[in-house]
Design a protein around this ligand. Structure first.
Ligand SMILES: Cc1cc2nc3c(=O)[nH]c(=O)nc-3n(C[C@H](O)[C@H](O)[C@H](O)COP(=O)(O)OP(=O)(O)OC[C@H]3O[C@@H](n4cnc5c(N)ncnc54)[C@H](O)[C@@H]3O)c2cc1C
Length: 414
């Protein structure tokens, strides 16, 4: 797969080598968007054929980036274009609704897809200048060596060559990033007071088959649910991806240890007084193809994303609560934005480290706001659980408006 050293040379300069640690959504977007003047090695700990099963919702700004690398049309065709976000209570009474994507005047749609479809498209788009090394866990010492840093004995490779020589080492290795320590030092993941239950269930067509629903009950439990498959829709059904958020003290992780059967009983019990007209909750839970629980978690916004030859993107740089469905979308925008800076700098024979610094200046302040906006939205939605219908509707409308401002890079009034 390696290209000859002369292929795609920058104007007069050597071919730049980039290591990407983590072949997830952000790392693979970067690898797709980097042009052929780079030699890109992507290291991914999962086997290439590993499947995730669940779905996700991709925001218009990220769909625009996928469009620039030629992948949006296929995903829109296999997924579901989101028409609106609708907030309802656990009896189905509508609290708030807002249009999304094209219906909200965006130039690109908001799309719900299967994670495996997105990953498959990203893998299929990789050019011959990208080498994907699957089933390969990269460790801390290795990334240090790649960047020419001293090892544990204090020895620095004097003339790094072969696999030890990279012009840039990108940490796209998710929330537990090994690269992050080299950039920002040790940082504590912050655990939130919720357990997130994820499922994906084939069901009869849900509502109009295009609307992202957010259901809440007086206990602060919230269900985010949306269809993800055009094929299911064509058959008159909805393949529903869902996340049930359950308030749970950070000291109580007992739900995470439940067996699959016990988890289904537990969840069915939690929603037994829900009576949504178009959603059979016991069937949703019992019929889930996959079920998984995680603790809500994020990280305080970092004050640095790059250092020396290291740069972070995606969850490695900014893990966030998935309350606003933004994490993967921001990872996609990061991957595209870093590639754009690197591609632009190449013509000037620029050191990739300078391009990484420009990427950080453009993206870090914007995404830091979104991390905090997710915390705020979680808190406000929790607090609004005790309100009556009218007050709750107004509160949800304001919370959603504040969140939109943060995503647009603007501060909401206090
Ligand atoms: C319940 C839930 C629902 C969500 N819903 C949405 C949504 O609707 N929309 C949205 O935009 N976001 C959503 N997100 C967030 C989204 O999943 C993440 O933000 C996104 O996956 C981050 O992408 P990434 O590429 O940065 O990291 P990851 O997807 O975590 O990818 C990192 C990759 O690096 C690999 N890796 C890690 N360590 C190493 C190592 N040492 N060596 C080699 N490889 C390594 C991993 O195997 C992985 O493939 C949700 C998250 C959760 C938990």
């Amino acid at each position: 797969m390696d290209q000859p050293e002369t292929a795609g040379r920058a104007a007069g300069g050597p071919r730049r080598r980039i290591a990407v640690v983590g072949g997830g959504i952000g790392g693979l977007t970067l690898a797709n968007a980097l042009d052929e003047s780079f030699q890109v090695d992507v290291f991914e700990k999962r086997a290439t054929g590993a499947r995730e099963g669940f779905g996700l919702n991709v925001q218009p700004a990220a769909v625009a980036c996928l469009d620039r690398i030629g992948l949006a049309a296929g995903l829109v065709a296999s997924g579901i274009e989101t028409r609106a976000h609708r907030y309802v209570d656990h009896h189905g009474t509508q609290l708030h609704e807002e249009p999304r994507g094209i219906a909200a005047g965006e130039a690109t749609p908001q799309v719900s897809v299967l994670r495996d479809e997105l990953r498959g498209a990203l893998l299929g788009g990789l050019g011959p200048h990208v080498r994907l090394v699957g089933d390969r866990t990269v460790d801390d010492a290795e990334v240090a060596r790649w960047a020419g840093l001293p090892d544990a004995t204090g020895t620095t490779p004097e003339d790094p060559s072969g696999d030890a020589a990279y012009d840039l080492v990108v940490g796209a290795d998710g929330i537990n990033s090994v690269v992050r320590t080299h950039v920002a030092g040790p940082r504590e993941i912050r655990f939130g007071p919720m357990i997130m239950w994820r499922g994906i269930t084939p069901m009869p067509r849900f509502a109009d088959g295009r609307t992202f629903h957010l259901v809440s009950d007086p206990h602060g439990r919230r269900l985010v649910i949306y269809p993800v498959s055009a094929a299911a829709d064509a058959a008159g059904e909805s393949l529903l991806n869902w996340v049930l958020l359950v308030p749970t003290p950070v000291t109580d992780d007992s739900a995470l240890a439940l067996s699959d059967d016990d988890a289904r009983d537990h969840l069915t019990g939690l929603v037994r007084d829900w009576d949504l007209p178009q959603l059979d909750m016991p069937r949703l839970v019992r019929g889930a193809r996959y079920l998984r629980a995680d603790r809500l978690r994020d990280l305080d916004p970092l004050d640095v994303w790059s250092r020396g030859k290291f740069v972070l993107l995606g969850d490695a740089a900014h893990p966030m609560y998935p309350i606003g469905a933004q994490g993967a979308s921001q990872a996609i925008v990061d991957g595209w934005a870093l590639a754009a800076e690197l591609n632009a700098g190449r013509d000037r024979g620029e050191d990739p480290v300078a391009a990484a610094a420009r990427f950080e200046s453009a993206r870090r302040p914007v995404v830091g706001r979104i991390v905090l906006a997710n915390r705020e939205m979680n808190q406000r939605e929790l607090v609004s659980r005790g309100l009556g219908t009218t007050e709750k509707s107004a509160e949800l409308a304001e919370t959603a408006a504040r969140y939109r401002l943060a995503v647009a890079g603007k501060d909401a009034p206090r």
